[in-house]
Design a protein around this ligand. Structure first.
Ligand SMILES: NC(=O)N[C@H](N)C(=O)O
Length: 278
């Protein structure tokens, strides 16, 4: 772990060359780090001294499940009512600085690598009491209640505390840090960190129902997205629609790591005549 990329802000200089790496297709999208300039930031109601890059949002109303924000909270900034939607759950992953997080009355301080799961309806607040900016990812999803299951409880952990689990037969070259218990079906989204050691690969085209957001925290790789091979590096974001084929080769001298969102553990939504009379 050598640190997590965070956008520096500002504008590229007038002498900058467009590199043409930004791509938006029906199956996937790549937002390279060069796109994180000051002019594409947003603000949010209720958030003080805060700006964000909103890098994923549901758009077609058909199959997209999540939104992802790269947040930058300045000194003294934050929110007492951060989440307006009572059914939204969230994950926070800190990439730089420190945040103060109150979850249902319990207070936590999170630094780089800090991770929090925030269930729907949680009473939470977030502030930056330091004199430098705090940066973190905020991933949001509408929680899908399932018969017999309640929503999970809030928890706080960190990249440093959770041991990555190697994928079978990879000699540890491909491993996943799983922050939520994969056997706990109350969770309908996982936000994990995937780590490849130099030369590590996904050796087949994964093609599955889960939608993905991948934010590259560290290193570089060549990623297969649908029919294209795309070079990616720390700071780049990829959005992959359900069933988008995916594979990769870790190409740099150090580990290649990304924060991975996926929707899990729920039925496919049926549509059309006969689906409970709808
Ligand atoms: N692109 C990925 O890293 N996919 C993961 N192996 C996953 O779906 O868990």
């Amino acid at each position: 772990m050598t640190g997590y990329y965070t956008p520096p802000g500002g504008l590229p200089p007038q002498t900058a060359l467009m590199t043409g790496r930004a791509v938006f297709t029906d199956a996937y999208c790549v937002i390279p780090k060069g796109c994180f300039s000051d002019i594409v930031t947003s603000n949010l109601p209720g958030w003080k001294n805060t700006r964000l890059w909103l890098i994923a949002r549901p758009m077609s109303g058909f199959s997209e499940t999540f939104s992802q924000y790269v947040m930058e909270v300045g000194p003294g900034g934050g929110a007492d009512l951060p989440e307006p939607d009572p059914v939204a759950e969230g994950v926070i992953f800190v990439t730089g600085g420190e945040i103060w997080l109150s979850l249902d009355g319990k207070e936590h301080e999170l630094g780089a690598g800090g991770y929090a799961y925030i269930p729907p309806g949680c009473d939470w607040r977030l502030h930056n009491g330091s004199d430098h900016p705090a940066r973190f990812h905020w991933i949001r999803k509408l929680y899908e209640y399932a018969p017999g299951l309640t929503a999970p409880a809030a928890f706080v952990t960190s990249d440093q505390e959770v041991k990555p689990i190697a994928m079978p037969d990879t000699e540890g070259r491909w491993a996943t840090t799983r922050f939520a218990d994969p056997d706990d079906l109350r969770h309908d989204m996982h936000v994990n960190i995937v780590t490849f050691q130099p030369g590590g690969v996904i050796p087949f085209e994964e093609t599955h129902v889960m939608e993905h957001g991948l934010y590259v925290l560290e290193g570089k790789a060549v990623y297969k997205l649908n029919q294209d091979w795309v070079e990616v590096e720390a700071g780049d974001f990829m959005w992959l629609r359900a069933y988008c084929p995916q594979a990769c080769y870790a190409a740099g001298p150090g580990p290649f790591r990304y924060l991975l969102y996926k929707d899990v553990n729920r039925h496919a939504k049926l549509r059309g005549p006969g689906a409970f009379g709808r």
